[in-house]
Ligand binder design. Sequence first.
Ligand code: PA5
Length: 432
Amino acid sequence: MIHVDLTGAAMIHVDLTGAAPFFGAHAPDYAAAEAAHRTLSEKTGAGSDFLGWTELPRRIRETELARILAAGKAIREKGDALVVVGIGGSYLGARAAYELIGRREGGAELLFAGNGLSAAALCDTVEKLGNRDFCVNVVSKSGTTLEPALGFRVFRDLLVKKYGEEEANRRIFATTDARRGALKSEADAAGWESFVVPDDVGGRYSVLSAVGLLPLCAANIDIEKILTVAEETFASLDERSENNPCWQYAAARQALYKSGKAVEILACYEPRFRMMAEWWKQLYGESEGKNGLGIFPASVEYNADLHSMGQYIQEGPRHLMETVVSFAVLPGGYTVPADAHDGDGLNYLAGHDFNEIAAIARAAVKAAHIEGGVPNLAIEVTDMAETGFAELVCFFELACGLSGYMEGVNPFDQPGVEAYKKLMFRGLAALK
Ligand code: PA5
């Protein structure tokens, strides 16, 4: 894995040249971005009691970091797998980072559970775990979410059967509310080591708390580096000018939304980004989709989806904007081999690196989509390692807060997610 150190300001670039031709009557409103930034930093807007995420990199060092590092080490010593049980904001960030960065040498493999009610998925995870020694990290702020609660039952049961109650309790790590909830009570009663989801941090903004950091640490990912870069990145993104990449992104997407672009496709050419896109969809969907408003967040994985969704993107309804994430430094390289027969006529590419060919393909796709009427917003961060991950998190979180305030909604609540739960529990009551 390649590590690239930041030497100064965060390396996040937003390029709006592919969006500019589509702004029409609605140019990016930087005065509104500035007002939103002021509202957020002065904590005067709706949801201002949920802004703890802006301080997490500093706060966590002063509170739980030492215990997280020790617990991560203990998990690695106890086995080579950690089952992380959680859903939504208590799941996506850790998985996104794990897939983007990859497990580091000596790290535990992370298996994810509790993010659905699929018996097939559960069986797959149990099978994947096999006979290995393992620990469990159950993550739930409320402690009452059905999917992780049931998933946790399964893996706790496996732990108890394998190790007995006492050792099982030493292998369970709970990340939950500091004081309230069923999980907190259980953790206290059973003596599980527990970590906190802070009161002022909503699930989708929690990846830089123990929610994300403990499993990543167990995978031997350098969480201290993530925190250092995140602190620097948040500081640099505090810039109050049109050069702030968060202003550029938030203002551009709101301008395009006003011009009728109601769907934003987040695209990336790196399959390791797939779960980052899922994390981003929750962040933007839950933050902005309310009061009958909100850009619909979708995602595609290129080049694969150029051969499936590409048709719609090129010629379907023109309500799309496309945001493409790329990395300044890519790991590894692979050269196209020469072929003695040249049956496919591609020997002219022999000796060229796949990354070089991919860059040419990217430029072609961008041009074609712009020509087809799809505005293009380009975001570049440093790498697919700790640095780039921290940059992406800080950038997307802050831009989301700004964009939500610019849209006129509270970007930090999610009242709509309760609707299905009420109906589901009504249905489940029949099983009592
Ligand atoms: O962002 C959110 O608030 C949600 O996605 C929650 O994280 C998710 O519903 C899980 O909730 P909990 O952590 O209480 O189990």
